[in-house]
Design a binder for this molecule. Structure first.
Ligand code: ADP
Ligand code: MG
Length: 212
């Protein structure tokens, strides 16, 4: 049965599924970063998600906020590099926006991704069009606000689609941030590696919510 709201324990299980999806996609992320950067994105994300599993698996959480902030801090302290700060901030800032929320539904989804997108852009300075994970995250956040009054399964499906479209759009962008900027026009045709990670995170969330 699709879920309309998630308890803290269900959020934890959803994020453990996200961690497994990223770990399984390590070779895909490595290839994506090799085309544009130094090829370490898969290893970094996988290391971060193993740290997340260590902190979440078998633990009880008193709030949905704590699940996501714990995840963000585990990523920040284990990954290093640009993406440790960026993806750690995504989960930490998103989680903080859920203070006081008793469960995770479509309104919380909107609050989470709005704060995550703002937090990442404030922290990293990248805007839409710079060919970073922001190109997937920002449209996902906009869509989450647009569908905040829908049911959670419908909302997460729309948000995952928006992230995927943003990732595809990043193929037509010339990198201006991070390592890839030195490659300039050579980055055309390849999606940003971090945007690929965002789509994997969101499709794993969708699969958990729709199928669970
Ligand atoms: P590094 O750049 O240190 O090698 P990774 O390869 O793990 O780190 O991650 C690269 C990804 O991080 C990029 O594909 C991009 O999506 C994201 N990224 C890098 N810098 C920024 C930034 N300033 N803002 C948002 N995302 C960024
Ligand atoms: Mg890299």
């Amino acid at each position: 049965m699709p879920k309309e709201t998630l308890s803290p324990a269900e959020c934890r299980d959803m994020m453990l599924a996200v961690a497994d999806a990223i770990i399984a996609a390590e070779p895909v992320l490595t290839d994506a970063d090799r085309a544009l950067g130094d090829g370490d994105h898969g290893i970094g994300m996988s290391r971060g998600m193993n740290a997340v599993k260590d902190k979440l698996a078998g633990q009880e959480f008193e709030s949905v906020e704590k699940v996501f902030t714990t995840m963000g801090m585990a990523m920040m302290s284990s990954m290093g590099g640009a993406s440790g700060a960026v993806f750690g901030t995504l989960f930490r800032a998103g989680g903080k926006a859920l203070t006081g929320a008793e469960s995770f539904g479509s309104r919380e989804l909107a609050a989470f991704f709005t704060a995550a997108s703002e937090g990442v852009q404030t922290r990293g300075g990248a805007k839409v069009g710079d060919k970073t994970m922001v190109d997937s995250l920002a449209p996902a956040a906009e869509k989450a606000v647009a569908v905040a009054e829908s049911g959670l399964p419908e909302a997460i499906a729309a948000v995952a689609d928006a992230a995927e479209s943003g990732k595809e759009a990043s193929k037509d962008m010339i990198a201006t941030m991070g390592r890839a900027k030195t490659l300039g026009e050579k980055t055309l045709g390849h999606p940003d590696a971090g945007a690929v990670s965002v789509t994997i995170i969101l499709s794993a969330m969708r699969d958990y919510i729709v199928a669970a």
